[in-house]
Design a protein. Structure first.
Length: 156
């Protein structure tokens, strides 16, 4: 883990830059006007279960303004320091596929709720009623974060 003190851009959530790879550092330093706020997700705070019993945490979270300037698009990104998807190790690709399926399920039906706040079948409805959209994507070295964000804004 590499660290640089100081807030790189106004909409970055933290006052220290922490990154594992050059692609993560570039994402943090890129100033994108459609991003309201973003940050690197602290390890083990978003634990996505994997079939072998381990957990996986994506790299970044973004709150993005839509075409009308409303902050309603939420994006979670896994940045990989490889040139193309085919260069990913097998377990990395499997974790990304599992995370895609989890986020798709959350969009459609909701999340598993063992704490009793909202039932599984009601979370998706709550998100839709509040106009919240959560998307997940993988990013490789040849994909700029700006292009991924603009594609999400344009195509939903």
């Amino acid at each position: 883990m590499n660290a640089i003190k100081g807030t790189p851009v106004e909409n970055y959530l933290y006052d220290t830059i922490l990154f594992d790879s050059e692609i993560e550092k570039n994402n943090i330093l890129e100033n994108i006007s459609s991003v309201e706020v973003f940050g690197k997700i602290p390890k083990r705070t978003m634990q996505i279960p994997f079939i072998d019993g381990s957990t996986y945490s994506p790299d970044f979270m973004y709150v993005i303004k839509d075409k009308e300037g409303k902050s309603i698009i939420n994006l979670v990104v896994e940045s990989k320091g490889v040139k193309k998807k085919q260069d990913l190790r097998g377990t990395e690709e499997h974790k990304i596929e599992a995370t895609n399926k989890l986020f798709d399920m959350v969009k459609e039906t909701g999340t598993n709720n063992e704490y009793g706040q909202t039932k599984l079948e009601d979370i998706g409805k709550v998100f839709r009623n509040k106009g919240i959209s959560v998307s997940y994507t993988r990013q490789t070295n040849n994909e700029r974060i700006l292009d991924l964000i603009n594609d999400l804004i344009d195509n939903g």
